[in-house]
Design a protein around this ligand. Structure first.
Ligand code: MN
Ligand code: MN
Length: 450
């Protein structure tokens, strides 16, 4: 039953192709640090590949509030007979600025944050950070901000205590309490405004924002500004077999899905790619997989094809669909192997990982694919030579996690979780295996062509 590294099955030429594919993946990651930037990249790539917002076409897409994208490819069979659906999420753990973030203390301008998603707070101090997002000004105008990505940009940082002084207030505490949420405060400036009596450093920093972006302190109220790692995606390992980058959960799936929906001949079944938001906070809200966006998009596609798209038709189409919930999984950690049950864990380099079920503590909150559907996916991948492995997240009762699968499963469709294994998952610099990224793309292509 033990699977082996996928690399040994690859020729020199295959490996060249894998590396070439991953160069594009890295440039996607560098341009996609937020859900909005990812949605924009996806939209541009879809448009370059013949997708339009005209629902009567063979290739259709729609963007929901700049944060979620659906892309549809018409197959020989109409959507009413059921679709091939793959869903990935494009949000990632990060620090959001609070709505009243700026203050001054000890001659420093500082920004308060509220973290988004599951982070280990101690990983976010003393690393270079970038500021990305949008500000809606009092007059309704939108200002886009991205500071910290180009080499001559400044970056931002959260101070950590020097070891000389941290023994009592940090070192003897539990790791999860050594850096508290309210202490994730970003350094923003240090030069005081000449002649100002109060908060001179804060005033000076705000003046720069006013001059450069035309925004005032009040405008933060209607802003979505995200603090993300300023690192670029880079090869990892002497053999360049891995990629280090922020946000690979779940942009590893989003990129491979984007490529798979664009590439190849017209499919037999109609195909749908959904790039959704807010997965990291439980899929709540109007850009999450639980909003009505998907049904409304399908309604418009069916209507444009001349199909009477009442609620029953759409429900039947979704019920008859087959789906992949594309999300990454935690690969066996070399130094904390005890949290895994290694006979049922996934490993870096062994290809896309299929998880029959998710959830935690007795499969609570799980989406559990049927044996029949697992059998179907297994046959499909084997016939096409996809390199795949199975894996569940951690030992029984060790922890676990959920994905969007259960929300789509509630429509009655068959759905199974699958995605690339990652090391350092949910950290500011996640590690993927290049072969696993490539095989994820391969698997999605095969699924859409089935
Ligand atoms: Mn995920
Ligand atoms: Mn996640």
């Amino acid at each position: 039953m033990q699977k082996r590294s996928g690399w040994i099955q690859k020729s020199k030429k295959d490996i060249q192709e894998i590396f070439r594919f991953c160069e594009e993946y890295k440039s996607f990651l560098d341009r996609s640090k937020t859900e909005r930037e990812t949605a924009r990249y996806i939209r541009e790539h879809l448009a370059e590949n013949g997708f339009s917002e005209d629902c009567s076409g063979e290739r259709v897409f729609r963007v929901n509030k700049g944060k979620e994208v659906a892309a549809y490819r018409r197959g020989a069979k109409g959507p009413a007979e059921g679709l091939r659906i793959i869903v990935a999420h494009i949000d990632a753990p990060r620090l959001d600025l609070k709505q009243n973030p700026v203050y001054e203390d000890v001659d420093l301008a500082l920004l308060r944050t509220h973290y988004y998603g599951g982070i280990k707070k101690y990983q976010w101090v003393a690393i270079p950070l970038a500021l990305h997002g949008v500000v809606i000004k009092a007059d309704g105008a939108t200002v886009e901000i991205a500071i910290g990505e180009s080499d001559d940009d400044p970056v931002f940082l959260i101070d950590d205590l020097l070891p000389h002084l941290s023994r009592k207030v940090q070192d003897e505490k539990k790791l999860s309490e050594a850096i508290e949420g309210e202490k994730l405060i970003v350094l923003f400036g240090n030069i005081p405004l000449a002649g100002a009596e109060k908060d001179a450093v804060k005033q000076s920093a705000l003046n720069i924002l006013k001059d450069r972006y035309g925004i005032s302190e009040e405008d933060f109220v209607s802003a979505e500004l995200e603090i993300v790692p300023a690192f670029k995606a880079r090869d990892v390992g002497i053999d360049r077999s891995m990629i280090g980058a922020y946000g690979q959960d779940d942009r590893a799936s989003a990129f491979t899905l984007l490529k798979a929906i664009c590439d190849g001949e017209a499919p037999k079944q109609s195909c749908l790619a959904l790039f959704t938001d807010k997965e990291e906070v439980g899929s709540e809200g109007n850009t999450s997989v639980r909003s009505n966006f998907l049904q409304l998009f399908l309604y418009d596609v069916l209507t444009a094809m001349g199909v009477k798209a009442d609620e029953a038709t759409i429900r039947k189409a979704l019920f008859n669909s087959k789906a992949l919930s594309a999300d990454v999984n935690g690969a066996v950690n070399p130094t904390f192997q005890d949290v895994h049950e290694k006979q049922n864990a996934c490993y870096l380099g062994r290809g896309i990982c299929i998880s029959k079920f998710t959830g935690h503590l007795g499969k609570s909150g799980a989406s559990d694919a049927s044996a029949e559907y697992v059998g179907e996916i297994r046959r499909l991948f084997d016939r096409a030579g996809v390199i795949w492995q199975t894996g569940e997240m951690g030992k029984v009762d060790e922890g676990g996690g959920g994905t969007v699968a259960k929300f789509l499963a509630s429509y009655g469709m068959d759905i199974i979780d699958c995605g690339a294994p990652l090391l350092t998952m949910h950290s500011p610099y996640e590690i993927s295996g290049k072969i696993d990224i490539y095989e994820t793309y391969h698997a999605f292509q095969v699924f859409f062509r089935s």
